[in-house]
Ligand binder design. Sequence first.
Ligand SMILES: Nc1ncnc2c1ncn2[C@@H]1O[C@H](COP(=O)(O)OP(=O)(O)O)[C@@H](O)[C@H]1O
Ligand SMILES: [Mg+2]
Length: 234
Amino acid sequence: MATDNPPIYVIGGSKGGVGKSLVTLALVDYLLRMDVNVVLVETDTSNPDVMKAVHDEIECGSCDLDDVSGWIDFVNFCDLHRDATVVVNTAARSQAGVARYGGTLANALDELARRLVVLWVINRQRDSLELLLKFGATFPSAVTHVVRNSYFGAPEKFALYRESNLRKAIETQGRSLDFPDLADRVADELRSQRLSIRKAAETMHLGERAELLRWRELFSMMFAQLTPASRRHG
Ligand SMILES: Nc1ncnc2c1ncn2[C@@H]1O[C@H](COP(=O)(O)OP(=O)(O)O)[C@@H](O)[C@H]1O
Ligand SMILES: [Mg+2]
């Protein structure tokens, strides 16, 4: 399969509150700092939090993946921005739409000449893993990484995942990554002010900013691990 164009990163996890939006914000920040041309697809149409935070900085498109028309828009958006890395923030509820219409994208990936890279954000519950199995069936050609969100505890607390066959399957083609925990008061300020990380790094008070930069350093190391690994599978 030709994959000459920049990848499409889908930040999934299906469930609400696992940290998809925060991981998406972090990935956009990381790519911008690496001078990557990046565009956002916001599929959380009822709460487009990531789009609100980054629309001043990058081109954004919004589409509802519960609807076949949204998938068509999505494929066209990727086609229109061939030179850009596409980052997709997904909504908690889009699971049914993925199962039903995800094939639209799967079929178009070859022609788009893009790799699909999934970052599946998990908490410590079982359903995070079950939902990934279902999602994976729709995109067998995707490279899938699992992101343990440290907000829910240190990596060693993700015992279910650690003991699972799913982890072995993930690690034959992708990685298990650890997304760092950000102090609640800083995370809350990001969220309530709808700040991008770049903006927050410019405007927060010194104490908050110091914590933000500590966290940024850690998530940048996490994303740096992922870039060469996914290239190998290109
Ligand atoms: N690593 C983290 N550090 C600090 N707060 C986090 C982290 N991950 C998630 N949160 C908090 O948990 C809540 C849900 O995160 P969010 O990214 O909106 O999840 P989702 O998009 O999956 O619904 C937010 O208030 C967010 O700030
Ligand atoms: Mg979200």
